[in-house]
Design a protein around this ligand. Structure first.
Ligand SMILES: *Cc1c(COP(=O)(O)O)cnc(C)c1O
Length: 392
């Protein structure tokens, strides 16, 4: 058995491509073309050159000495916070825009919640000189004003979405509607390991540069190319997928994922989809979704805007259900505390999303020589006001 996607686009019972009739040919075309294009030498050369010279890769694998002492293990931090634009999302948008160009697409659309994926997409579009339209819930447009200004400065057009809860889930629906109207000339850059097949696999491959680097970096530092534990936060699942990609079928490596408990996964103020969700179809794929008895989507809540999506990508649904990954629910207050702790012990202010992964450390018990690699998915500059409003 494998945890990678099968040839029908499924991970166990999750995944697939449930799209409106009008998108069927477009999605099928993408399914047929993405792997042959990704495997060309030309694509690989351009992608890796941009990752190196523009994004700033490889990102360091940093041995965190004081945090290691605190948790009684050998803790390494994979520093995606040091990437251009401040998070892992740029790995994906750079790859997808190259794919869009090779497929002859002329126009880019994207959805965004907190605005991080919108900024990463607008950045890639500025770099390539392509028109960019971003759908964002009207509530998020207000809450995440600086990211809206960044996208506009980068030349993107931002469409506030006023349906439903006016948040990420509604922005995804609006982007899919746009795609239905312009299927032939438009490429939809999806921001996480979700959406119809092949997007979960496509995004995971774009982010897999993270675990590719972890392998040789660990070999250099520890004399072996695998850790005992991998730890990452999980919203839609892309930084987690990138962190674990080359290790999913390697049972020596334990996988621990931190999802956003909000005010507690038993409450209605939560984004802990893997704890709370039930099977449903959302945004083109079968996955675990937070929904009520009538199948209406229940709005997700978390202090971190990047984790409050009511679904989680199909690869992770399957791995969690099979027991391959251990999923912890981390509440707002635990994440804030961990964010402050990392700041004071290592001088690294993490995004509040990433702070959820840091908080997972206190719920695990390690042996002194356990090698733990934890991905810091983004930097905390965008979250300073939230941190300051919650002093520790
Ligand atoms: C968007 C975001 C996340 C959550 O998205 P995934 O697809 O689950 O990785 C996590 N951390 C940061 C910094 C983000 O911007």
């Amino acid at each position: 058995m494998s945890y990678y996607v099968n040839d029908k686009g499924f991970y166990g019972e999750f995944g697939g491509a449930y799209v409106p009739e009008i998108l069927y040919a477009t999605v099928k075309n993408l399914q047929e073309q993405y792997l042959p294009i990704l495997e060309t030498d030309e694509f690989k050369r351009e992608y890796h050159q941009l990752l190196r010279d523009y994004v700033g890769r490889p990102s360091p694998l940093y041995f965190a000495r004081r945090m290691s002492e605190r948790y009684g293990c050998k803790l390494y931090l994979k520093r995606e916070d040091l990437n251009h634009t401040g998070a892992h999302k740029i790995n994906n948008t750079i790859g997808q825009i190259l794919l869009a160009r090779k497929m002859g697409k002329k126009r880019i659309i994207a959805e965004t919640g907190a605005g991080q994926h919108g900024v990463a997409t607008a950045t890639a579009c500025a770099l390539m000189g392509m028109p960019c339209e971003v759908y964002m819930g009207a509530t998020d447009v207000e809450r995440q004003h600086t990211n809206v200004e960044r996208m506009k400065m980068l030349g993107a057009q931002v469409h506030p979405v006023r349906t439903g809860n006016m948040t990420l889930s509604d922005a995804c629906s609006a982007a899919i509607r746009d795609w239905c109207c312009h299927p032939s000339d438009t490429f939809y850059i999806v921001g996480s390991t979700m959406g119809p097949h092949p997007y979960p696999d496509l995004v995971a491959r774009m982010q897999s540069v993270i675990s590719e680097e972890i392998r040789w970096q660990l070999q250099e530092k520890e004399g072996r190319d695998y850790p005992d534990y991998l730890v990452a936060c999980i919203g839609g699942g892309s930084n987690a997928a990138g962190t674990i990609y080359h290790y999913v079928d390697d049972e020596r490596v334990r996988i621990v994922l931190a999802e956003a408990g909000g005010q507690g996964w038993q409450t209605n103020r939560t984004a802990a989809t893997l704890h709370r969700g039930s099977i449903g179809i959302l945004h083109g794929a079968k996955m675990l979704v937070m929904q009520n008895d009538d199948g209406q989507i229940q709005e997700a809540y978390s202090i971190s805007a990047g984790l409050d999506y009511p679904g989680v990508g199909p690869m992770h649904c399957n791995m969690a259900r099979q027991g391959r990954s251990q999923v912890l629910s981390i509440n707002d207050d635990e994440a804030l505390k961990a964010g402050y702790e990392l700041t004071r012990l290592e001088g690294i202010i993490p995004a509040i999303e990433s702070a959820h992964a840091v908080a997972a450390l206190s719920k695990l018990s390690f042996k002194a020589d356990d090698v733990v690699v934890l991905t810091i998915s983004g930097r905390g500059d965008k979250d300073i006001e939230t941190y300051l409003a919650n002093p520790q």
